[in-house]
Design a protein around this ligand. Structure first.
Ligand SMILES: O=P(O)(O)OC[C@H]1O[C@H](OP(=O)(O)OP(=O)(O)O)[C@H](O)[C@@H]1O
Ligand code: HPA
Length: 193
């Protein structure tokens, strides 16, 4: 059959360069899609009849959220907020800036926060605090990646795609200085280039 590409492209490079640094293939597009399908199925079962609202955390989560929603088979809604704490660096500034608030009225609603990655955990902690103010019926968290050893604060993670080592990753929405978000697979910094 002819290759029709988008989420799973035909050719996946083993190594990419971004801002002069080398990254090697870590989670290929097919592996990502398979796991995201499982998460979508699980969420569909857990939220049957609840019409959850997925809150995507921009920018990084846009690709994961778009794919995850396609695997959710129950009625659901979507909205976004936008945070920033990394700038062009590979480490968190430690300060989370809220660049866009949610628009939806989530009072009394079942909310799923959708992140591409939980690293220090500061962004997720900030969101959980912020959303409490709106008095939702429930709040659960979904993250594609969790850097377990890097997480500095205790944040509840309900749905986790992959637990990963404490190394910088790019691709599939995750950037390095705004670049590399368009890669369909996830790449990890190569310490021994
Ligand atoms: O657990 P933490 O250490 O807080 O890191 C996680 C956050 O970092 C990234 O966002 P970033 O601030 O880089 O903005 P972006 O989504 O626009 O890339 C990512 O999308 C998460 O929101
Ligand atoms: O490893 C990472 N890569 C890209 N963005 C990130 N934001 C937190 N951790 C990361």
């Amino acid at each position: 059959m002819a290759c029709t590409s988008t989420p799973v492209p035909c050719e996946i490079p083993e190594v990419v360069e971004c801002r002069g640094e080398r990254f090697r293939l870590f989670l290929d597009a097919a592996t990502l899609q398979q796991r995201i399908a499982e998460l979508g199925r699980q969420i569909s079962q857990d939220y049957e009849g609840k019409r959850p609202i997925l809150i995507g955390v921009l920018n990084g989560a846009f690709m994961f959220l778009a794919d995850l929603m396609r695997y959710i088979t129950i009625d659901c809604e979507v909205d976004f907020l936008k945070l920033s704490s990394y700038g062009a660096e590979k480490v968190s500034s430690g300060q989370v800036y809220e660049l866009k608030k949610i628009d939806a009225d989530i009072r009394g609603r079942h909310v799923l926060i959708v992140e591409d990655i939980v690293d220090t955990g500061l962004s997720m902690q900030f969101i959980l605090e912020r959303l409490k103010e709106y008095e939702p019926a429930s709040v659960a968290t979904v993250t594609l990646l969790h850097k377990v050893e890097a997480t500095q604060v205790d944040v509840p993670l309900d749905y986790v795609g992959f637990r990963i080592p404490n190394k910088f990753v790019i691709g599939y929405g995750l950037d390095y200085g705004q670049l590399a978000r368009n890669l369909a697979s996830i790449y990890i910094l190569d310490d021994n280039p």
